[in-house]
Design a protein around this ligand. Structure first.
Ligand SMILES: [Zn+2]
Length: 283
């Protein structure tokens, strides 16, 4: 049984690779892993009109962070002018259905080794497989409060994650992640009002012995850096900002700017807001 499963898996993977590399310029291709189970994993491949790197953007790894999966869903309908996108809009569907961070385990703490205990581990394997075909990762999250490098108050301090772009180190190998974020912030923040909602650079110093964020060693961004040697960043909006449409728009802009930095030029669909309904118009 185990052998059969493995054979099916390998043929699936080969089929998928063949399909994504044979795609024509401007084409969109969608595939669902584990279809018919309670944990389907849909992935959208967007082949750009011009050649360039392939960047993966993922949302919904923790189901209580709606901005991430809405932003990724909108992004998956973009026009891609250069480079390629691999978009996983909803990495953890069961947790999204229950609007909870985790079902069995926090899926974003399952990347330090190849676990095989829960459905989350099966999903993590597919995520690693997709990431291995990518030249970079942008991970979309929604965190509590507002990150600030020093303690301001209970909602704005170093243990809060909201409104930040997170990196594991300023520089990793030849990747200057700090400069990438600084450049992105210089472009994004002047447009953000009120100023207290602007994004901060959040360096978790994941590899330092003295870090307060050692659990980040189990995260997907850390895996991207250490196992695949590709740049990875997380864009966090704040759970304490109540306007979901505002957060999605800012997260989409941040993603667009970071993608452009990595050589992927996207034109997301225009969004028209209708009270609490978000309508997406294909570009
Ligand atoms: Zn998160």
């Amino acid at each position: 049984m185990k052998h059969i499963r493995k054979t099916v898996w390998v043929s699936l993977a080969l089929l998928l690779c063949a399909a994504s590399s044979a795609m024509a310029a401007g084409e969109r291709y969608e595939f669902t892993f584990f279809e018919g189970t309670q944990y389907p994993l849909s992935v959208v491949f967007l082949h750009g009109e011009q050649d360039g790197p392939t960047i993966m953007v993922q949302g919904g790894i923790q189901g209580d962070e709606p901005s991430g999966y809405i932003t990724a869903q909108i992004l998956s309908n973009s026009r891609v002018r250069a480079g390629n996108l691999i978009v996983v809009p909803r990495a953890n569907v069961p947790s999204i259905n229950l609007r909870t961070r985790q079902i069995n385990v926090d899926m974003n703490r399952r990347f330090d080794r190849d676990y095989n205990l829960f459905y989350e581990d099966r999903l993590a394997r597919v995520v690693r497989f997709l990431l291995a075909q990518s030249d970079g990762l942008i991970h979309l999250h929604e965190g509590s409060g507002f990150y600030h490098p020093t303690y301001v108050d209970s909602l704005r301090n170093p243990m809060r994650y909201g409104q930040s772009i997170i990196i594991d180190a300023m520089v990793y190998g030849r990747m200057d992640l700090g400069r990438t974020v600084d450049n992105a912030l210089a472009e994004l923040n002047p447009r953000i009002s009120p100023a207290s909602y602007r994004f901060q650079l959040f360096n978790t110093r994941t590899f330092d012995d003295s870090t307060n964020y050692s659990e980040m060693r189990k995260s997907l961004t850390c895996y991207a850096l250490t196992a695949l040697n590709i740049p990875a960043l997380a864009v966090e909006v704040s759970k304490d900002i109540t306007q979901l449409d505002w957060k999605v728009q800012r997260q989409l802009e941040a993603t667009e700017v970071l993608l452009r930095h990595y050589g992927v030029d996207v034109v997301p669909p225009a969004i028209a807001y209708d009270k609490d309904k978000i309508k997406v118009k294909k570009s």
